[in-house]
Design a protein around this ligand. Structure first.
Ligand SMILES: Cc1ncc(C[n+]2csc(CCOP(=O)(O)OP(=O)(O)O)c2C)c(N)n1
Length: 624
């Protein structure tokens, strides 16, 4: 914070009245998760009224969980996937040179972020091109998410490494204003090479319960903790806390009204647990993954690899209560590309490696490594993509995995599993680990997902389940029957919904809406295995029902296009008219917001599925 204050309020040449002034200095936040500091800095520098920041991480806010330069003036580039900002800064500094401009380029990075290989590619480039208009800044607070940087993946000796890469390195106390300003001056005067300021800092400085404590990453304090913290910082009398809280509440009420006004309407509220009957339990889907690893981790072949969000995705349950397994727990740091190939190396020697991180990074950051090393080599590597869908909520677009099915299903040899709840995630994890030999990707979803299956629900890898609503019950789970698709006898339903992941519970809720509101019968297909896909079950549903809707918390078509192709090439469907619709995210990036707000905003809720089903059914009826 002190370095950012010095940069925005003193050092950098900026004009808040003209945010895109061509001569301004450029400041890139490679560590996009530090967005709140960026926003406060811009606010204090006059880019906007800093009180507007009360909408931080809320739906439609310009203050997204990670900075988006198209939403907020003063932000130079969108970031959130670590390790990319120094390369953007190199490009910008090169552009300045090509255009004979005198502005300077600053890049703020984390110390854990130094574990990303791309940082070192950019470090080499900056030296190669002698970019003395570039100044990198590392917030060396020695902490990251999984623990101390030294333990997660040691980055030291950092100064020597950058010096060896040809940089001028200045080490300072990052809370000492004189040293900070002195470092900026020295960097400006350095010629012929880029400069790096290593700012030694203490995370949470000045607040006793936060100082140097790892668990405060990305976590909001309670109101009491906030007030205590403000007091300790001497800010309690300077900030209009109550007024700001009221402003935040008013904003939330306004967007809730706007969002609700856009939702399809029915005679009553069918949302989860809104009625006296059809109650569900909501359990984080990721728990099924962690519990399965805890249960089966004694097998000496199982090796788990973490990428610095291990508690969050529950992969750490593999060793947390089992100290004897720690030698088979490999912390890779924030290094998804290398981690993927390390897993391949382990698999080559007969291990059962499981590598997990958020889905965006587990399927995108390492796509070429997955393609060339894991899939082309056909290695027995399990990749876990957590927080698939819009479920990461307030973190926003950069952390919301919405494209993995395109990427993963397109890879030859890859197996893809998308379980629908915590119970199915547990069973799928077990099955993949020991029974599917080859590259395998499991996508699990939203934090708290309705539990709609139990241990006696049929689960057969590669085969879909048919789910039928029988009658509303006290418990939602008891209102439905599940059956392996191959054993299901056609009941000539009006509509079929083909779904995977958290869209399965939504499809089931849609079936309830359709039956109660319109007396329509729905066949829900749970296609937990997306590759290999149960094409037969999908084609049969199309032939029997004549209306098929696909439902996915993913860019539209990930599952939908595969289902459409299955129907299109099925001899069984040939000659039968079929109307098809698709529910999914409609070719747009995610947003900050709460998970359920986003399910509604991105039109992937049961209400949207039911409304679409009704309209397609009417269309079918109108055509006779
Ligand atoms: C490519 C990528 N992998 C994982 C994450 C998730 N993540 C966000 S912040 C963070 C830790 C960053 O640590 P550090 O750079 O030391 O920052 P600081 O602790 O100072 O906040 C991780 C792993 C991410 N944003 N991007």
């Amino acid at each position: 914070m002190d370095v950012a204050a010095a940069l925005y309020l003193h050092e950098a040449n900026l004009d808040p009245r003209d945010p895109f002034w061509p001569e301004r200095d450029r400041i890139f936040w490679s560590a996009g998760h530090k967005a709140p500091i960026l926003y406060v800095s811009l606010g204090m520098a006059g880019f906007f009224n800093v009180e507007e920041m009360v909408t931080l991480r809320k739906l439609y806010s310009p203050f997204q969980g990670h900075p988006h330069w198209l939403k907020l003036k003063g932000v130079e580039s969108s970031s959130g996937s670590l390790g990319q900002g120094l390369s953007v800064s190199v490009g910008d500094a090169l552009a300045a040179r090509l255009d004979n401009k005198n502005y300077r380029v600053y890049c703020l990075m984390g110390d854990g972020e130094q574990q990303e290989g791309q940082i070192w590619e950019a470090a080499m480039e900056a030296c190669h091109y002698r970019l003395d208009n570039l100044c990198g800044i590392i917030d060396k607070n020695r902490l990251q998410i999984d623990g101390c940087t030294d333990d997660v993946m040691c980055i030291d000796p950092l100064a020597e490494k950058y010096r060896a890469f040809g940089w001028d390195v200045i080490e300072i106390d990052g809370h000492n204003m004189e040293e900070i300003l002195g470092a900026f001056k020295e960097a400006k005067e350095t010629k012929g090479k880029p400069s790096l300021i290593i700012a030694h800092t203490t995370k949470g400085k000045g607040v006793d319960f936060m100082e140097d404590v790892c668990g405060w990453h990305g976590k909001a304090p309670t109101i009491e903790q906030m007030k205590d913290g403000l007091k300790q910082l001497g800010l309690d009398t300077k900030l209009p806390v109550e007024k700001l809280l009221q402003k935040a509440t008013a904003y939330q009420e306004k967007i809730t009204r706007e969002l609700e006004a856009k939702q399809p309407k029915f005679s009553r509220d069918y949302f989860w647990n809104a009625q006296e009957d059809m109650k569900v339990e909501l359990v984080p889907t990721r728990m099924g993954f962690g519990n399965a690893l805890a249960e089966h981790g004694d097998d000496p072949r199982v090796v788990c690899l973490g990428a610095d969000i291990s508690d969050s995705i529950t992969i750490s349950q593999f060793y947390k209560e089992h100290p004897q397994r720690t030698e088979r727990w490999l912390s890779m740091g924030i290094a998804e590309q290398s981690g993927t190939c390390v897993a391949a190396g382990l698999a080559k020697e007969g291990k059962l490696p499981v590598f997990g991180t958020y889905g965006v990074f587990a399927s995108g950051r390492n796509l070429d490594q997955l393609r060339t090393t894991v899939c082309y080599g056909n290695f027995n590597v399990m990749i876990a993509g957590a927080h698939g869908g819009v479920s990461v909520g307030p973190d926003g677009a950069t952390h919301q995995a919405l494209e993995e099915l395109f990427q993963m299903c397109g890879l030859p040899n890859m197996n893809v599993e998308v379980p629908c709840d915590a119970v199915e995630t547990h069973r799928a994890t077990e099955y993949l680990l020991f029974n599917v030999v080859g590259p395998k990707y499991i996508r699990f979803a939203r934090e708290a997902t309705p539990v709609v299956t139990n241990d006696s629900t049929p689960y057969k890898w590669g085969e879909a389940n048919v789910i039928r609503l029988r009658r509303a019950q006290e418990k939602f789970i008891d209102a439905f029957e599940h059956c392996l698709a191959s054993q299901y006898k056609n009941e000539d339903e009006d509509i079929s919904i083909v779904a995977c992941g958290p869209s399965v519970p939504e499809a089931m809720r849609a079936a309830w809406i359709l039956k109660t509101e319109y007396n329509l019968e729905t066949r829900v297909l749970n296609v937990h295995t997306v590759k290999p896909l149960d094409e037969k079950a999908i084609a049969r549903a199309a032939r029997d029902c004549g209306v098929v809707i696909t439902a996915e918390e993913h860019q539209i078509g990930g599952l939908g296009n595969l289902a459409a192709a299955a129907i299109g090439r099925s001899a069984e469907v040939c000659g039968t008219p079929v109307i098809m619709g698709m529910i999914g995210v409609q070719d747009r990036f995610g947003e900050s917001g709460s998970p359920w707000e986003l399910v509604k905003e991105f039109e992937v809720s049961a209400e949207h599925i039911a409304a679409k089903a009704k309209s397609l059914h009417e269309l079918k009826s109108s055509k006779g």
